[in-house]
Design a protein around this ligand. Structure first.
Ligand code: SAM
Length: 332
């Protein structure tokens, strides 16, 4: 029986998101519109050895899934090395995944698979070149589509595709994306726009709700809820009623919060534990590891931090305060 990390509301923590870097080569307007702040000194970032060490401890505490993210995780040098190290934590670690913008996948996807990556999620917000460029700040849609193919060929399946849906930008493409999911037999996940942008330009009017996304798709392709139990998953999943391949996932943290089933914590690239995407406090695991703490002391620290996990996010409360760090720092 493996240990279980539990928060003070009885939620088991099984899922760790590890940000490998704050840096990103895209400038998505809903995330990092004004570019990266000055790069932090390398010493502040966790080394691969430190990431490997703390992930080993997390897995011994019952973490079953690790998702590598960022920033753009593939901007960190030699990520195949850390993937190889983390994959040694299997089978206790049941799932090693990564979220990427796909830009670096052509030519590298097979190496990731060989290193031990199980699955991949690729973000693409539009299938139209101009809209893609407007949303991400870079004119590289062909390269990302190539990356999706490379991932498929390398067997990093099932592939999930993420699209953040923002009013006035891409809500008219929801059905096109559903058709894309059917054609390529992929899991297409639509994400509500969250107040995590460095520009602090988020407004509720820009959020296209999960309900609207569902209704738009239903008009063209009838959806039926998947039978799989949702558990702690972020997305509500649907299949196509006509039996077509592919799947739709709707992630609606703003309009349909799912905090009650949250099983996630995050580790930033500079070694801070965040117990919620919207946390306004962070806990420096890096300092605890670097001040010579024993493994037992590190375990106790992690357990004490998890006990302080917030019951829910407060996006919909009048007193909501946007976290000072943006999605690219937190690790989406
Ligand atoms: N660079 C990688 C990528 O593009 O997927 C991984 C990091 S990115 C921060 C992870 C996910 O967070 C992406 O799918 C991105 O679209 C999403 N994201 C970023 N800012 C967001 C926001 N304000 N609201 C909703 N999703 C957001």
């Amino acid at each position: 029986m493996s240990a279980i990390l539990k928060d003070s509301y009885g939620r088991a923590i099984r899922d760790l998101r590890v940000s490998l870097t704050d840096r990103c080569n895209f400038r998505c307007f809903y995330c990092l519109p004004h570019g990266e702040p000055p790069i932090a000194p390398k010493e502040q970032m966790l080394s691969y050895e430190e990431i490997e060490y703390v992930c080993d401890i997390f897995v011994s505490l019952g973490i079953e899934k690790i998702r590598l993210t960022g920033g753009e995780p593939m901007m960190r040098r030699d990520i195949e090395t850390i993937i190889e190290k983390l994959s040694l934590l299997k089978p206790r670690l049941q799932d090693l995944a990564m979220t990427t913008n796909g830009y670096f996948l052509p030519g590298r996807a097979e190496g990731l698979k060989a290193a031990g990556l199980d699955r991949i999620t690729i973000s693409i917000d539009s299938l139209k070149r101009e809209v893609f460029q407007k949303m991400t700040g870079v004119d590289v849609i062909d390269r990302v589509l190539e990356g999706i193919n490379a991932a498929k060929e390398a067997g990093l399946v099932p592939i999930k595709i993420n699209a953040v849906v923002v009013r006035g930008h891409n809500e008219d493409e929801v059905v096109d994306f559903a058709a894309f999911a059917r054609e390529h037999a992929i899991s297409m996940r639509f994400i509500e726009y969250m107040p995590l942008d460095s520009g602090h330009d988020w407004s509720r009017e820009d959020v296209v709700t999960g309900r609207e996304i569902r209704e738009r798709i239903n008009e063209e392709f009838l959806l039926v809820p998947s039978k799989v139990r949702r558990g702690s998953e972020t997305s509500a999943r649907y299949r196509f009623a006509d039996g077509a391949p592919g799947e739709i996932g709707i992630i609606a943290p703003v309009s349909e919060p799912f905090c009650g089933a949250c099983s996630r914590i995050r580790l930033t690239a500079d070694g801070q534990i965040r117990t919620c995407l919207f946390s306004t406090v962070e806990h420096s695991l890096r300092d605890v590891v670097r001040n010579g703490s024993s493994r037992t002391e590190i375990v106790e620290y992690i357990e004490s931090v998890v006990l302080r996990k917030e019951p829910r996010h407060y996006i919909n409360d009048p007193e909501f305060v946007q976290p000072s760090r943006t999605m690219s720092f937190i690790g989406g």
